[in-house]
Design a protein around this ligand. Structure first.
Ligand code: SAM
Length: 343
């Protein structure tokens, strides 16, 4: 990968983006246009509906638990003493089996994550943008970071995951996540440029605005993802930051494998998932098709691309599955207890 470096100012952060005199919690967002206000209202309605649905699902789950418990009590009440003992014994052993399996999986996960810490691909999520985001954008980002952590934990080839710039509001919001203090992840309050000062030449900021296309992941390199939820309101912000710090930049090779129905700017967790999938498969196409939802792709060949194949039926099916999987995984992640917190 060719280096796309900017100037050599490595003062730690972009002074224009985050004036030193401003406290980290001040919201510097420009006033919203009418259109943006409409969008925000729509988003708020969507969030409210989502919360209502979640509460309904929780209630349904509670009722289902109650029903099962009643059913079990009735079964026991109608059984002979001998049958009762057998039923209780078999339930106990089933539970133990399940617990043992879970424990075994957890141990394996920890082994993989420990190994990733020693030799894994370093990936940083730069969360030093809280001053540019609204409260709801910050909570979206926190959710996305949770997905990143869960996806990495489940992966057979996890990366060595870092969060840098963990301070102020961002730090406070992350601390609210259950078990966050026990996450098997590197947390750094400094910017990566300070925390990894001796590896500056290996830092590569991933940004859709780079001219350099990532063709492979170099184990020596440290890839940085901008921890930002902004609906691309701050277009080019990470590119500028990297240029000002004088570090390399690169974009994902999306255009060589598929055509997007909208922009090629992905969310933090999508980028992390793609990188982790690539580490597992060393195949960009599989990584993109697994992670990018079908609705975001047109399935058309980018002009002049030799690498892209039109969406085959097989792939369309894979894609539908991926979409379903994506949805289920996200649901699962929302209720999953973080790795260490369940111990
Ligand atoms: C929601 S985007 C933030 C967009 C923001 N306006 C910017 O300029 O970076 C979150 C992050 O994901 C990464 N990202 C998103 N799409 C990418 C792409 N196509 N190639 C490389 N990195 C990408 C970048 O690190 C980006 O900062």
């Amino acid at each position: 990968m060719a280096a796309a470096t900017g100037n050599d100012n490595d003062n730690g952060f972009d002074n224009q983006l985050k004036p030193e005199s401003e406290p980290a919690t001040v919201n510097l967002s420009p006033p919203l246009s009418k259109n943006a206000q409409k969008k925000q209202l729509k988003q708020q309605r969507y969030e409210a509906k989502k919360a209502e649905k979640k509460a309904q699902e929780k209630e349904q789950k509670r009722k289902e638990g109650e029903r099962k418990h009643k059913e079990w009590e009735e079964t026991l009440a109608n059984a002979t003493e001998e049958e009762r003992l057998k039923l209780i014994e078999s339930r106990k052993s089933l539970r133990k089996e399940r617990m043992d399996k879970r424990w075994e999986e957890k141990e394996k996960k920890m082994e993989r994550l420990n190994r990733a810490k020693e030799v894994g691909q370093k990936i940083v999520v730069d969360v030093d943008f809280a001053h540019l985001m609204s409260d709801s954008e910050i909570s979206s980002l926190v959710q996305q970071i949770m997905y990143c952590y869960a996806v990495n934990g489940r992966s057979t080839s996890p990366c060595h995951l870092w969060l840098t710039g963990v301070q102020g509001k961002m730090s406070a919001e992350l601390d609210k996540l259950p078990g966050f203090e026990k996450w098997f992840i590197e947390k750094e309050s400094n910017c990566y440029i300070q925390a990894m000062a001796d590896q500056k030449d290996d830092l590569v900021y991933l940004t859709a605005d780079s001219d350099t296309v990532l063709d492979d992941l170099d184990p020596k390199h440290i890839y940085i993802i901008g921890g930002l939820v902004d609906r691309n309101r701050f277009k080019g912000i990470t590119m500028t930051k990297a240029q000002e710090q004088g570090i390399k930049t690169a974009k994902l090779p999306i255009g060589e494998y598929l055509k997007m129905s909208s922009s090629q700017v992905l969310t933090v967790n999508q980028v992390l998932e793609i990188l982790v999938k690539f580490l597992e498969t060393r195949d960009w196409k599989t990584a993109f098709f697994t992670v990018i939802p079908q609705r975001k792709r047109t399935g058309l060949d980018p002009v002049g691309s030799s690498k892209l194949e039109p969406l085959s039926e097989e792939h369309q099916e894979e894609d539908a599955d991926a979409d379903k999987h994506d949805h289920l995984e996200r649901k699962k992640v929302c209720v999953e207890v973080p790795l260490e917190s369940s111990s």
